[in-house]
Design a protein around this ligand. Structure first.
Ligand SMILES: [Zn+2]
Length: 292
């Protein structure tokens, strides 16, 4: 499942190549034909990511809401003669470059394309989303009100305060609180495990028993890691930017994480075997000694 950083990167792609342009919207697969008709022919005026959801605003004031879920992905392609984006996929966590460029622009839709957004020079195809719907401003406000703060939209610090005060009331284990999109937006399974390890925090600690300054530190770490994720397209949690030359090493999958997908392997700090357990139907990785 894409975590917050990749959705921010997708929104960035839309800001670079689609915002300000007139958009032809269609549903090659047919399932979104009525929705596409509501926005087709309009100018896109904004692209915004909040946590794992993306909102594209059109000039009529309607918004297209997308949640990729587990299987959703966007494919971007462009008319190369016009300096448009090269063909690539933005899904899970990284870019995948297609083996060959499409010969025609726009190319024929391939597979189950729920929605195609087309400008004169760029095309974006969406497949397999959990949610794809057109909302009014009022409906969009309701969706946003249910979402916890996203560090990328916290210029005034209210997101941090909201996070700290909500966690202080939660009897739920902090390992579940961090995954609750109504408490904080964008954290998924990878960032959850890594942030807790970095804090030396036992995932079973009830939210309200986590000291206030530690909760605040969790927020600041998420701010820090999310920015790196948006910048690099990778969930780099071992602070690779600290020393020159180390970033490349830590980008390798086997080196990238402290605990994520390292069950049974020795902890990088204390040599204790990393534990995998199932919490709320999701895999939770942690070190029983560093996070005692
Ligand atoms: Zn350890």
């Amino acid at each position: 499942m894409p975590e917050g950083h990749s959705v921010h990167r997708i929104a960035g792609e839309f800001r670079r190549h689609f915002v300000g342009k007139s958009i032809t919207a269609s549903s090659p697969q047919g399932r979104f034909a009525a929705g596409a008709a509501l926005i087709s022919g309009q100018r896109m005026v904004a692209a915004r990511a909040v946590g794992k959801q993306m909102f594209l605003e059109f000039e009529s004031g309607l918004w297209l809401r997308i949640h990729l879920g587990i299987y959703g992905a966007w494919d971007f392609a462009g008319d190369q003669s016009m300096g448009a984006p090269r063909r690539r996929r933005l899904a899970e966590t990284e870019y995948e470059r297609a083996e060959s460029e499409p010969e025609l622009f726009p190319h024929e839709p391939v597979g189950q394309v729920r929605v195609r957004l087309l400008t004169e020079t760029a095309v974006a195809d969406l497949r397999g989303p959990t949610a794809c719907e057109v909302l009014t401003l009022e409906e969009m406000a309701i969706v946003l009100a249910r979402l916890g703060p996203d560090p990328q939209h916290d210029d005034d610090g209210t997101g941090e305060e909201r996070f700290v005060s909500v966690v202080a009331k939660k009897p739920t284990p902090i390992g579940l609180v961090l995954m609750d999109q109504s408490v904080v937006s964008g954290i998924g399974n990878v960032y959850r495990a890594e942030i807790l390890f970095r804090a030396g925090l036992n995932p079973h600690t009830p939210g309200k028993l986590v000291p206030n300054d530690v909760v605040r530190a969790l927020w600041h770490d998420w701010v820090h890691l999310l920015a790196i994720g948006i910048d690099t397209g990778m969930m780099l949690t071992r602070d690779p930017q600290v020393v020159d030359g180390i970033r490349e090493k830590y980008t390798r999958a086997s080196e990238r994480y402290w605990v994520y997908k390292r069950e049974g392997l020795p902890c990088r700090v204390c040599d204790t075997h990393i534990v995998l357990e199932i919490a709320a139907a999701r895999k939770l990785y942690w070190c029983p000694r560093c996070q005692a």
